[in-house]
Write a protein that binds this ligand. Structure first.
Ligand SMILES: C[S@@+](CC[C@H](N)C(=O)[O-])C[C@H]1O[C@@H](n2cnc3c(N)ncnc32)[C@H](O)[C@@H]1O
Length: 363
């Protein structure tokens, strides 16, 4: 009975978030069209596609619920939401929207504060991804990010991030016990949402996070320091040059990074993940679904980069990440798709048959 009530509460919360997000998007689309007297890019999605998305969303909720019910993570995680912050953040999302629409209308993709030292970042990163004010490079952007992403995914962003937890926990539980805690790195950890879920799921593990944005890391530090236990070690840096020694981590994870990288950077990040993983360690990636995963969703996938300024997304859609992983030496590669997201679980074998620097760069 308690289970049934919890499941109902979870479904109600998620459906509420979904309706809320859809209403928000419809309202903001209308308002922007009205104010700018021009239509911003509309998805024109058919009923069939909407139905398909709805079904995929329900399946995501079901598998999320099942994982919690089986104890892979606590049911509390399903309700992990900072309600105190919700209203101020939502008000700020609206306050920021006119700037976003203006940039979208004027096709301005690289607008940053004049104080910003651009030399500290790779060129490909200096973009207003999603037309976000300041890109990833301000505290204001970091404050809005979680809510903006959740609205984009109709309330499903966290449920998608949690799909990495079952394979991650299997690796952690299967690793021979030693005095040393298992070490897990989250590459491009952003505001720390995924690290938070990992922390609750594997409380004994030592966690590490790296991201190019010190602003997002500051936000991550704020939320992660509220959780009891060892604080994850956060460091500002580029996933293409991880500042860790070889063979250090048992698991490396990354959520929603690869669609924002150009192909060469994707390959370099994967090669770095390989280098820092221990033999028999596992890489777990979560990102957007790709073109071949569900052709019925093509209208959405082609609309997304136009409306949200995602300059590398079209290339990502057709990028064969399985081939990249194999080219580096990963084995036992598995992929799964849930709702709008895709997962890669790949193992670094015991006998490191890495091609080292000689691996062919599949670009
Ligand atoms: C779409 S966000 C995903 C953040 C987080 N993983 C999540 O689940 O929400 C992309 C993140 O990647 C970071 N990023 C982009 N390129 C990077 C790179 N080369 N090295 C490290 N972080 C990078 C950005 O700063 C941003 O925080």
């Amino acid at each position: 009975m308690a289970d049934l009530l919890t499941k109902l509460a979870y479904q109600t919360l998620q459906r509420g978030k979904s309706y809320f997000s859809l209403t928000h998007k419809a309202l903001s689309y209308r308002l922007s069209s009205l104010l700018l007297e021009s239509k911003t890019s509309d998805a024109s999605i058919s009923r069939e596609v909407l139905h398909e998305i709805q079904q995929q969303f329900e399946q995501l909720l079901e598998v999320d619920w099942q994982d919690a019910k089986q104890g892979i993570y606590a049911t509390d995680l399903l309700f992990q939401q900072d309600w105190q912050q919700f209203l101020p953040s939502y008000a700020n999302v609206w306050l920021d929207l006119p700037r976003t629409w203006q940039r979208q209308h004027n096709k301005e993709y690289q607008v940053f504060s004049t104080d910003l030292d651009r030399s500290k970042y790779p060129q490909y990163y200096l973009q207003n991804f999603h037309y976000q004010t300041d890109g990833y490079l301000s505290d204001r952007s970091a404050d809005l990010y979680d809510l903006q992403v959740d609205i984009l995914f109709n309330g499903g962003a966290d449920a998608m991030r949690r799909r990495i937890l079952a394979p991650l926990k299997a690796v952690v539980m299967g690793w021979p016990r030693t005095a040393q805690p298992v070490k897990i790195l989250d590459v491009a950890c952003g505001t720390g949402r995924t690290l938070e879920f990992i922390h609750h799921t594997c409380p004994q593990a030592s966690l590490y996070g790296i991201d190019l944005s010190s602003y997002y890391l500051r936000k991550a530090n704020q939320s992660l320091s509220n959780i009891p236990g060892e604080l994850p070690q956060l460091i500002q840096g580029n996933g293409e040059e991880l500042p860790y020694v070889d063979n250090y981590f048992h698991v490396v994870t990354s959520t929603f990074l690869f669609h924002e990288l150009p192909p060469k950077a994707r390959q370099r990040v994967l090669a770095e993940c390989w280098r820092v993983l221990k033999p028999e360690g596992t890489l777990i990636l979560c990102d957007s679904i790709q073109a071949e995963d569900n052709p019925r969703l093509d209208p959405i996938l082609s609309w997304f980069p136009r409306s949200f300024h995602e300059p590398y997304y079209n290339n990502y859609l057709k990028d064969n990440l399985e081939r990249r992983l194999e080219s580096i030496g990963f084995t036992e590669n598995e992929t799964r798709v849930y709702y709008m997201s895709k997962y890669w679980v790949a193992k670094k074998p015991r006998n490191d048959r890495s091609n080292g620097d000689e691996f062919k760069c599949v670009i």
